[in-house]
Design a protein around this ligand. Structure first.
Ligand SMILES: [Zn+2]
Ligand SMILES: [Zn+2]
Length: 176
């Protein structure tokens, strides 16, 4: 059976009483507050002092006391419930999240890898400079190492083409 009953049977008894008395006190406190405020708002229309307003002042500490007693009474039960029911679920949730995160990281890593691979063969590919051999962006107009002009200016129309272009993108003139 429950360990707490073996260790301290009185404690368990008090807890049992608190479980009944606590909610009762809270309900009585709530009723007193309702009566007190009800009386206060009724008296507003009648122009007479609220006769039962003191009930609200009595009810508020009673409500808090009742809630506190209930919390004490149910604290053990809540703790046991959390330990027995929520802890395994929490562990599973963490494991699940860890699994999800691992998959997510792998997906992102794969995407980054694919992105890098695509970049190497994509529009930003590097081409060596014909003057100094420095690898530069294929769309760069000048070499960033020696300053040589890299763009192919069409002798026919003056259009500036990429340096690996064989024909002018504007007029189709051969650029070799
Ligand atoms: Zn160069
Ligand atoms: Zn041209």
């Amino acid at each position: 059976m429950r360990d707490e009953q073996k260790i301290n049977p009185k404690h368990a008894e008090i807890r049992q009483v608190l479980r009944i008395v606590g909610p009762l006190v809270a309900v009585v406190g709530l009723l007193l507050i309702a009566i007190g405020f009800g009386s206060f708002f009724m008296s507003l229309g009648k122009f007479e002092p609220p006769r039962f307003f003191w009930c609200a002042f009595l009810g508020m500490p009673l409500l808090f006391l009742g809630i506190a007693m209930s919390q004490f009474g149910f604290l053990g039960a809540v703790a046991r419930y959390q330990a027995g029911e929520l802890a395994p679920v929490g562990k599973d949730t963490i494991n699940y999240l860890a699994e999800g995160t691992k998959d997510g990281v792998q997906t992102i890593a794969a995407a980054v890898g694919a992105g890098l691979a695509q970049n190497a063969t994509g529009p930003d590919k590097m081409v060596p400079c014909p003057e100094c051999g420095h690898a530069g962006d294929v769309q760069a107009k000048f070499c960033d190492a020696c300053g040589a002009s890299l763009a192919k200016v069409c002798p026919s129309c003056g259009h500036v083409n990429d340096r690996d272009a064989n024909f002018c993108a504007n007029c189709g003139n051969g650029l070799k």
